[in-house]
Design a protein around this ligand. Structure first.
Ligand SMILES: [Zn+2]
Ligand SMILES: [Zn+2]
Length: 281
């Protein structure tokens, strides 16, 4: 069995980030409720580094992935390598930090970074950020990112940084499709409102399920707690980590009510997983 990989939840907040400013009644002084926008890292034993999503907080996530930095000294845990980027969908809170990848290009001496997404999301990201996908040799002294667009095909396994990644379709409610990801015994499901029956196959036998859970109250495009807990009950992963939470979800209240095997993420939350598991052709 190969050495374990790690997943780091670099941001577990919903699209606004939280807590929100301007509403003192919604503020929280608990640092566990201070959440960056959505994102994660898959880290391999030999330094392999895969990014999931490039939200608007990407620079902070790369500089201080575990949220352990004192804000003054050199951030020794910063990310300096990237073998590939997986984009779950083109919403702003998942893609509008794309430009920040240019510093990773610079740290890798100009090496281009492959960006993987479903064709529809990839087209939208390339429409919004065309300059990031120009011929990398034209990138002016690393002023712009050097990215290579790569389409993900549903139900196929691609290898990134030595890790097998399988993508599948999930529903984001009225926003259409969002891509779910499977890697070994880990699955990453964000911004999901409904898991189609055809995708349930990719979510069997999980050690770790990362799952979006916005709040108690129902929402048009994200799982609330009732929906998330029904998914957890059905899929029965060994461990579930809740992400993409709204400001209404306060850590101190929720940690007491969650069942065994379900954890709320905080920014920097880390869990191990194995890249050995089912793959698809
Ligand atoms: Zn989102
Ligand atoms: Zn979204």
């Amino acid at each position: 069995m190969s050495a374990p990989w790690k997943i780091v939840i670099t941001g577990c907040g919903t699209s606004h980030g939280n807590p929100p400013w301007g509403w003192p009644q919604h503020w929280s002084e608990d640092p566990r409720d201070h959440r960056r926008r959505s994102g994660a890292l898959l880290l391999g034993p030999a330094g392999e580094t895969i990014l999931i999503d490039t939200g608007p907080d990407l620079m902070h996530q790369m500089r201080d992935p575990f949220k352990t930095w004192d804000g003054v000294s050199y951030p020794a845990d910063c990310i300096t390598r990237c073998d590939g980027v997986l984009i779950t969908h083109d919403h702003a809170d998942h893609s509008h930090g794309l430009n920040e990848l240019r510093h990773l290009n610079r740290l890798m001496k100009g090496r281009e970074i492959p960006v993987y997404a479903h064709p529809g999301h990839l087209n939208e990201v390339m429409r919004m950020y065309p300059y990031c996908f120009e011929d990398p040799t034209k990138a002016y002294k690393m002023a712009t990112p050097a990215l290579r667009a790569t389409e993900l095909e549903d139900s196929r396994t691609v290898t990134i940084g030595g890790a097998p990644i399988t993508s599948f379709a999930m529903s984001h409610g009225p926003y259409g499709r969002v891509t779910g990801l499977r890697c070994g015994d880990l699955a990453y499901c964000t911004d999901c409102k409904h898991i189609p029956e055809a995708s349930v196959d990719y979510l069997q036998g999980l050690e770790v399920l990362v799952l979006n859970m916005l709040r108690e109250q129902e929402h048009v495009s994200h799982f609330n707690w009732a929906e998330a807990s029904a998914v957890i009950e059905r899929l029965a992963p060994k461990h579930t980590v809740l992400v993409h939470m709204g400001h209404e979800v306060r850590y101190a209240d929720w940690e007491q009510r969650l069942p065994a095997g379900v954890t709320m993420a905080v920014d920097g939350y880390t869990s191990t997983f194995s890249i050995e598991g089912p793959t698809w052709p």
